[in-house]
Design a protein around this ligand. Sequence first.
Ligand code: UDX
Length: 484
Amino acid sequence: MSNMEPPHPLPPHVLIFPLPCQGHVNSMLNLAQLLSLAGLHVTFLNSDHNHDLLVRYTDIQARFACYPGFRFTTIPDGLPLEHPRNGESFMELFDAVKSITMPLFREMLVSGQFGLVNCIIADGIMGYTIDIANELGIPIFHFRTISACSFWAYFSIPQLIEAGEIPIKGNEDMDALVKSVPGMETFLRSRDLPSFCRCSDVFNPGLQLVMNETRQSPRARGLILNTFENLEGPILSQIRTQCPTTYTIGPLHAHLKSRLAKHATNTLQRSSNSSSLWEVDRSCMTWLDQQSSQSVVYISFGSIAVLTREQVIEFWYGVVNSKKNFLWVRRPDSIAGNKEGESEDIPVELVEGTKERGYMVGWAPQEEVLAHKAVGGFLTHSGWNSTLESIVAGVPMVCWPYFADQQVNSRFVSEAWKLGVDMKDLCDRKIVEQMLNDLMVERRTEFVKSTAEMAGMSRRSVNEGGSSYSNFDRLIEDIRLMSM
Ligand code: UDX
């Protein structure tokens, strides 16, 4: 190179900052890996707590070791070590992150600890990150781990309040159609609104949080969503009236696989994509290998849900009475009031009745489980990652939404996309049995067809020429342009 030539510019440096929870960290790690594959430099900001778990339970360092421009940095999440960090105390995590982590984050940026940052991709549930970015003159994108339909329901909360549709007045109003979420007027009932709408007054902290943070996104340079156009096109058109620069780049786990297959060297292909905060029990894969095709119902309520003992027993009876084979994830901290290792006091006849047909683990390799040929149905809490993983695998769902965005997702799964059935607020052994029978027997043909079609569309969206694939290229181009 002659001395007259300008130096080759460094790739843009992107700082990624997720809310420190499982469903947020894994999808944003997939995004981080995609950006790294595209040649960008990436710093991933993990909570100390989650980073320790990732290092303990996954080969996360190996997964990113081959990207020279990638590094992890950590920050406290503001909670004491022994805090459960689950659904029973979820607001405490948000409060701690806002009051303790955010000022530290600002200090780290100001003191140059991340080096020169060309752009931030922050979890949009921490909408306030935009104020710090604006103050320091750093372009910021918001990434949401939720569906477009849930984002739009959160975004519409001010109109819902203005129209008097929330707070929901009483049980008798739960089945009334909701008029103030544009695009959902014909099928969204009060009971399908985000769980925080079930409050006695509009000052409810959960409601205020999701409303205020979501309303920040139009101020960002762009909104990035883990979804695809064929799934949520009509709702995306609504969102683009408020956030015109919206990039749909999902399903991210499938998108990553598609790009890895094109780019990957052997080293890249060998490392797993696991980002579990619990120890994965792979013994269930051997058990699945012994089951016949599409005979097994996979049961998992995600990373945050906490069930009462009564609910667990209703599910148990329902599953046993349905006579279906099942693989059940029983997360160690998933029963209310139970400490890790404590007995759950489940009736003996239930435990005995399931030995033949059931297998249980504390945490499963879920993506692999859903892709296994033995799995024919998913009893799920309708978390967005789980929903997308089920869609890509073509597995129909029985939905039992627990909280937050999950109520909206489950309605879309059953009514808009026809990919399963929605138990919603019912947790009764007869309903569980009936819904499992609907999914696995009575309405099987219908669901096999609809899920296969949607799985095909999801895969096409992340292959070359597909909408998510092209949108991701556009995102990279936009980041490069704003970093010049
Ligand atoms: C919550 C929200 O409801 C969700 O919509 C939001 O996007 C993130 O936070 P969570 O309970 O974490 O959800 O559920 P989900 O989004 O489905 O994520 C759970 C993740 O854990 C999935 O990627 C799933 O594959 C993984 N998982 C779950 C495992 O790897 N093993 C298991 O045994 C269970």
